[in-house]
Write a protein that binds this ligand. Structure first.
Ligand code: UD1
Ligand code: UDP
Length: 373
């Protein structure tokens, strides 16, 4: 009997993480995948367009939870996921990232005795006011297999006394997707459609509650952006949370608002940008892989390899500092960078290599344990 893995995706950053796992499972005949979409993100531009572009099969189940407070959303996912687990009886559940759906499904599975694999484990911002940090800590605490994307993930888990045999340095599934889509990204016509030229514009993304839900912070960030867009056009695909904060704010001549973009257009824009200004988790990694300067509007990052080895700089939330860093990036003072270890397009393969022999019994001898390296 092939192994039955149930993969969970709920929000935008999950889709480009489950895609390479599903592609890899399709290549193997000893493992079957079931896909559950929790419905945490549901707008066509936050969900369906990634299924189409990334060739993700239609979900076997859609829990359609929609939006809500943290407690309501997490609880709804749990309530609706439990009967799905009971009816499909998977051998293991695979969750990715750090969104509410990640924790909710992991918790529901372990309570039913179904072991959980967490992809992108061990990342820590050490800032528990960030909702994702709580989701990361709790998901890691209850997962059987912890797949880390960068060395800090393994170090953080070791510091939390997680047994080494549960931790596997697999690499970065999001970069698997980026590598797999390179040729199609190159064909995107988005620059022409937006009338911008390579290296003559910046990309802006912003959606963290700490930045957009606090009016005084958001106003300061927008002041910094207003100053910087006098120097070069900014393309700003607006996240639904940020749309609410923007309201009827005044238009700026060089700030080009768009809907949330499809993956291929977005990665084309990022790859050809002079620099990126963001508070996204995934974008810090994609810019590092692509060698594009990234200014992150946060005081901390759970992805320190992007700062230590990549192109990422933490610029905080102070408008004056953001303007100074933006002008510096514009002057072309780009830093030396390397692509982090195992961000090589093979992360999904390593993950399946670990799960396939071990999924029905405890993981005693990890294939890619950091300790074994
Ligand atoms: C969520 C994740 C965050 C991730 C982000 C990626 C949690 C706690 N947060 O944040 O880690 O970085 O996704 O994009 O899981 N909305 C829509 N349409 C949609 C989805 C949301 O209009 O398709 C609006 C709703 O008003 C909703 C708000 O956006 O209340 C926030 O959505 P939610 O999923 O709660 O959190 P995100 O900010 O998207
Ligand atoms: N992304 C996209 N279109 C956009 C913005 C983002 O395709 O308009 C992709 C991009 O690959 C990014 C991922 O969605 O890394 C997740 O983005 P988001 O910032 O929503 O989530 P986070 O990584 O902060 O959790």
């Amino acid at each position: 009997m092939p192994l039955k893995l149930m993969l969970v995706a709920g929000a935008r950053p999950n889709f480009m993480k489950v895609a390479p796992l599903l592609w890899e499972i399709q290549r193997r005949d000893n493992v079957d995948a079931l896909l559950v979409h929790t419905g945490q993100h549901y707008d066509e531009k936050m969900s369906q367009q990634f299924f189409t572009e990334l060739n993700i099969p239609r979900p076997d189940e859609n829990l359609e939870v929609g939006s809500g407070s943290h407690a309501v959303q997490t609880a709804e996912v749990m309530k609706r996921f439990e009967p799905v687990l009971q009816s499909h009886k998977p051998d293991a559940v695979v969750v990715v990232g750090d969104v509410n759906s990640t924790l909710a499904c992991a918790l529901t599975a372990v309570k039913l005795g179904v072991p959980v694999a967490h992809v992108e484990a061990g990342l820590r911002s050490f800032d528990r006011s960030m909702p994702e940090e709580v989701n990361r800590i709790l998901t890691d605490a209850i997962s059987t297999w912890l797949f880390v994307s960068e060395p800090s993930g393994a170090a953080n888990l070791r510091a939390e006394n997680v047994p080494g045999e549960r931790v596997h340095f697999a690499g970065n599934v999001m970069i698997d997707t980026l590598i797999a889509c390179t040729a199609r990204i190159a064909q995107s016509t988005v620059l022409d459609r937006l009338a911008v030229k390579p290296r003559e514009y910046a990309v802006l993304t912003m959606h963290r509650p700490a930045n957009v839900d606090r009016p005084e912070v958001f106003a300061g960030l927008m002041r910094a952006i207003a100053r910087l867009q006098r120097e070069l056009p900014f393309v700003f695909p607006v996240h639904p949370r940020t749309r609410q904060a923007l309201g009827q704010g005044e238009a700026l001549p060089n700030l080009l608002f768009t809907e949330p973009l499809g993956y291929l257009d977005f990665m084309k824009l990022v790859g050809d940008a002079r620099f990126v200004l963001t508070d996204s988790g995934g974008v810090q990694e994609e810019t590092t892989y692509l060698g594009v300067p990234c200014l992150t509007m946060r005081e901390n990052t759970e992805r320190p390899v992007t700062v230590a080895q990549g192109t990422n700089r933490l610029v905080g939330l102070d408008p004056g500092k953001i303007v100074a860093e933006g002008l510096h990036a514009l002057a072309g003072c780009s830093a030396r960078h390397v692509v982090p270890e195992l961000w090589d397009g093979q992360a999904a393969r390593r993950i399946l290599d670990v799960l396939t022999p071990h999924v029905n019994r405890p993981a005693h001898e990890p294939v890619h344990s950091l300790d074994a390296r």
